[in-house]
Design a binder for this molecule. Structure first.
Ligand code: 3HC
Ligand code: NAI
Length: 737
């Protein structure tokens, strides 16, 4: 079929396969997505489907036809398959799976293609750099040999999308890597590096230097050797310890609470140990379909794309120039300032951290050292790397060196007067073009910017505690903030391995503004008769990492107490407010830090019910004439979660959040909302906006209009039978981003 006449040769058009593929023009596929060239008797098949060489329509067809061409060409003794650009194959095209949301059928299985590769009579060597993830690793395992660049990673991350490997990954991986490792990789989804892959016999060699040159040399060496088929390997399946599966299920129930895909992945790998290959694949396919059509998978795929869409901001095109950030300075080394300083050092940016007093500075630096040391102890960070990062941090009490900083991040106490004083000071010292960022939780960025002569360079960088751990960064746009500052902030978030979400300048921005009604309802519920444990338990069982009152105890009840005092003048007379939290604070019960709050905490910070708090709640409710009743879990969840949704819809309608999906990203990355529910707005879509609105109307009837005013956008979408997802799609199409 193929005739090689030069370096880049086009093969004749193969017939569309009888077994599998939908008809795709393979000539196009070969020209644009998969190409074939000959290097001294070795056929090189190159997949080129930027940005990550996903197995989009046309790619499998291209691989199949080029493998077939090379197999039939007498001039070819072995075949190398490689990826163009930054990676091998990052997996199946996830956009295909997303189609199930709109009722379309995704493309069919890759299985037959992989059998054809494995049955190729000439050795097929997979040359892997970047990532071989999901379907990419499945393609690689169908080859007879795998050679890896030293920096390559391999993995089966499908569970993170709520699915399982669907092209025999759960059947071939245990045959190569052993059952225990296959269970771990398929059920928990974390990738492994090249060295580990080599030790596990997933890789046959690590190539130092140019990968393709090394892979061709390797192919030449194995050209005359047999073609070992992964599916025929049995050795690592024999005598499997059955406790592997029980232990993995226990771990999944603990660390992947509420998720179905990890359990399905364990079941599929288990099938590999008791069924022949073909039957194992059939079982995998059944489980795969069940997962793919689940709400969990739709939610996780939504989360995947939502996280990648947040950086697209109308009016801030991708090519917007960004300021170079070479040096940074942070003001305040408290809870947040310390974590923010670490973020800069972790991104290899030298950073000065300034405090008001020596004691606070020493305390802050001690926490930073302790955090790094704990990562070293857990094996997550090399000692040399810790030393390097610490060497990038300069602790001091003065503004010396601030004039060289490209960005100054402020994290002093919350209070407008202090923030304005600090911004006026740094505006005088900072060089022209230096960005000034505030970590304020609630305050008006425009008022802070008014203390400077450069409001266009002032922005909110709102991190979440612990700032060195939590992935969310809210980027708050002031009235005058330049688009270059926003683009720089987004790029900086990525450099810090965080996800930046743009928020408008509303009190509490996106996350904290929504948190206010959520925490309000949690407190009302205990006043009305639910116990603290009922409220925490119902939301924990819903999937949220920590119940609302437990979260308040962790953050410190004094934080909200101070904020309420700052904003008391905004409370409307006659509108119900929570009554207990302030009384707890007046008694010095600030939550975990004082050992008492909504719950009691032992020296290991383990909670138990606090009868004194329960008595205080009851007494307060009685005094205020609040009727106490028994409250079911459904009401607890609906009141708290729909309070989030309604406030989110207000924010969307007001333009404070750009997209419903942005709100979801905030709640998934900053507040422990379960990813498998997709975020509060996606969850509302799955419930149906008509149902959500009806429930809100019910609460409004019972609890008063001021607190449960349905967001106009929610009403509009509900009445037109639409959804937040549809709202985003239309908005995005109109903005052309
Ligand atoms: N399908 C479709 N698009 C993909 C994709 C995939 N598998 N992987 C990445 N992309 C897209 C992203 O959406 C993004 O698009 P955008 O620029 O338009 O927003 C672009 O590629 C770049 O992605 P990232 O921004 O994530 O780039 P990074 O360099 O930070 O990360 C990566 C690269 C590590 C490959 C990361 O994208 C990733 O983890 N991708 C998902 C990998 C995965 O889950 N694979 C399994 C898929 S399911 C499967 O294979 C089923 C099989 O068993 C049958
Ligand atoms: P903190 O009280 O732990 O730390 C503030 C630090 O700023 C103190 O160490 C103080 O000595 C120092 N400081 C005060 N004035 C200073 C000055 N002029 N120069 C140098 N240092 C000065 O407070 P925390 O929690 O770190 O909060 C800081 C900011 O971050 C606040 O605006 C807060 O609202 C915000 N924030 C807090 C979060 C949290 O969970 N704690 C989460 C997100 C934002």
């Amino acid at each position: 079929m193929a005739s090689f006449t030069g370096d880049e040769v086009q093969t004749s058009i193969p017939q569309v396969d009888r077994l599998t593929y939908q008809s795709v023009d393979c000539r196009t596929a070969m020209n644009e997505l998969v190409s074939l060239s000959l290097r001294d008797g070795i056929a090189v098949i190159t997949i080129s489907n930027p940005p990550v060489n996903a197995l989009s329509p046309g790619v499998p067809e291209g691989i199949r036809s080029t493998v077939e061409s090379a197999a039939n060409d007498p001039a070819v003794s072995a075949i190398v398959v490689t990826g163009a650009g930054r990676t091998f194959i990052a997996g199946a095209d996830i956009r295909e799976f997303a189609k199930v949301v709109s009722g379309e059928k995704p493309r069919r299985s890759l299985l037959p293609l992989l059998l054809e590769i494995e049955d190729c009579p000439k050795p097929v060597v997979m040359a892997i750099h970047g990532t071989a993830f999901g379907g990419g690793l499945e393609v690689a395992m169908a080859g007879h040999y795998r050679v890896l660049a030293a920096s390559a990673q391999v993995g089966q991350p499908e569970v993170k999308l709520g699915i399982i490997p669907g092209a025999a990954g759960t059947q071939r991986l245990p045959r190569l890597a052993g059952v225990a490792k296959a269970v771990e990789m398929c059920a928990f989804g974390d990738p492994i590096g090249a060295r580990e892959a080599h030790a596990l016999e997933i890789a046959d060699a690590i190539i130092e230097g140019d990968l393709l040159t090394g892979a061709i040399a390797f192919a030449r060496e194995v050209a005359a050797k047999p073609c070992p088929k992964t599916r025929e390997r049995q050795k690592k399946l024999r005598d499997t310890d059955p406790s592997i599966f029980a232990k993995a299920r226990q771990r999944a129930e603990k660390t992947r609470r509420g998720q179905t895909a990890p359990l399905a992945a364990i079941e599929a790998v288990e099938a590999a140990t008791r069924l022949p290959f073909d039957a194992g694949c059939a079982h995998e396919a059944e489980l795969f379909d069940r997962c793919l059509y689940s709400t969990q998978s739709k939610a996780l795929i939504h989360a995947f794309f939502a996280e990648r869409a947040v950086s697209r901001i109308p009016g801030v095109p991708q090519e917007t120039p960004v300021y170079e950030i070479r040096r940074a300075a942070v003001i305040g080394a408290g809870t947040m300032g310390g974590g923010i300083t670490m973020n800069y050092a972790n991104a290899s940016i030298p950073v000065i951290v300034k405090e008001a007093g020596q004691e606070a500075l020493d305390r802050g630096m001690a926490v930073i050292r302790r955090n790094y040391a704990s990562s070293v102890k857990k094996g997550k960070l090399a000692q040399a790397e810790m030393d390097h990062r610490l060497s990038l941090i300069t602790p001091q009490l003065t503004y010396d060196g601030f004039e060289q900083a490209d960005i100054i991040a402020e994290a002093v106490f919350e209070g407008m007067a202090l923030k304005k004083q600090v911004f006026a000071e740094i505006d005088r010292i900072a060089k022209p073009g230096c960005i000034l960022a505030s970590n304020t939780s609630y305050l008006d960025i425009d008022e802070i910017a008014s203390a400077t002569r450069r409001p266009q360079l002032v922005v909110g960088h709102h991190y979440f505690s612990p700032a060195n751990v939590m992935r969310l960064l809210e980027i708050v746009r002031g009235r005058d903030t330049d688009k270059e500052v926003l683009a720089t902030s987004m790029a900086l978030a990525k450099r810090m391995n965080k996800v930046g979400v743009l928020a408008g300048n509303a009190r509490g921005f996106i996350g904290n503004r929504m948190l206010t009604p959520y925490l309000r309802e949690a407190q009302f519920l205990v006043e009305e008769g639910a116990s603290v444990e009922d409220v925490n338990g119902a939301l924990y069982d819903f999937g949220i990492a920590m119940g609302p009152l437990a979260m308040s105890d962790l953050a410190g009840l004094d934080v909200g107490w101070r904020a309420r005092r700052e904003f008391r003048h905004l409370e409307k007379p006659g509108v119900r407010v929570p009554l207990v939290a302030d009384q707890l604070c007046e008694q010095g019960r600030f939550g975990q830090k004082t050992g008492r709050g909504w719950s009691k905490y032992d020296e290991n910070r383990q909670p138990s019910p606090d009868p004194e708090t329960a008595a205080l709640i009851e007494q307060t409710a009685r005094k205020a004439g609040i009727e106490r009743r028994s409250i079911g879990r459904e009401e607890i969840v609906d009141r708290c979660v729909f309070a989030l949704v309604n406030e989110g819809a207000h924010l969307l309608g007001e333009g404070i959040a750009l997209r419903a999906a942005d709100i979801d990203v905030v709640y998934l990355n900053g507040y422990g909302f379960p990813a498998w529910r997709g975020g509060p707005m996606f969850y509302a879509d799955t419930v149906g906006l008509k149902t959500v609105l009806a429930r809100i109307e019910e609460f409004r009837e019972r609890h008063g209009g001021d607190l449960w005013l349905p967001a106009p956008l929610l009403r509009r979408l509900s009445e037109s039978g639409s959804s937040f997802g549809e709202f985003d799609r239309q908005k995005q199409a109109a903005a052309g981003v």
